[in-house]
Design a binder for this molecule. Sequence first.
Ligand SMILES: C[S@@+](CC[C@H](N)C(=O)[O-])C[C@H]1O[C@@H](n2cnc3c(N)ncnc32)[C@H](O)[C@@H]1O
Length: 259
Amino acid sequence: MSWDPAQYERFRDERSQPFFDLLALVQPSPNMRAVDLGCGTGDLTRILHERLGCRETVGYDSSTEMLAAARSHVAPLPGLSFVQADVASLALPPASLDLVFANASLHWLPDHPALLTRLATWLAPGGQLAIQVPANHAYVTHDLARELARAPSFTAALGGYVPPINVLASADYASLLHALGLRPTRVRTEVYSHLLPSRDSVFEWVQGTLLTDFRTRLDAKTYASFEETYRASLLSRLPDDRPFLYPFQRTLLWGTRSR
Ligand SMILES: C[S@@+](CC[C@H](N)C(=O)[O-])C[C@H]1O[C@@H](n2cnc3c(N)ncnc32)[C@H](O)[C@@H]1O
């Protein structure tokens, strides 16, 4: 997918709060070996590495643009590195990690039961799995994207693609972590109330995330038309409040492999 680091970073403060909430679930231990899956621009990976005092942290991301930003903006630190890889096919040695961390990235990947089962095999005894996934698919931003993807003007260009909902219900994550043998576990869904200047900011927000999926799949001209149709329709469906409250639901999950 073609990510634009500058667009993504526009709402840095709002986007980083769930990262800190997820990090707060992690129990530090000495000399941790950690991975940050879908690390993006890497500045939060650096914070994770420093705050937990990790021996080694590897940030993985599939985006050339995001990793270029990570490598150029994040000052080098001993033990911190960034590697280009698709998490969908990433294979790491079993029982090799003390922390598998993923903030706002795994919702792009299908089949979370199989995915989390694979990630959990990487945990050493006492290792922790900490994941935050956006779960805002019922909000108008996501509804509208699926609606437009099915519209006659775009469905052929998208080859019938409609963004899937990969994220599970929080109760299903709780059952999954339990079935994977993680003890104890914590799962919670939280609504982050982002106060943005106006509804236009909601469009700018999704431009940096949800719409990147369509930008990657459509040619430039069709994408421009898709984006303009999406923008006009989104703004017509949101109240013209200033400031505008953008409610964003996210699920945080955490569990530990017993020693
Ligand atoms: C919303 S950004 C989150 C970045 C970072 N974790 C943060 O909290 O700021 C999602 C990131 O996941 C990456 N990503 C999406 N699918 C991926 C995949 N299959 N493998 C690796 N990275 C992926 C994207 O390239 C992007 O950098």
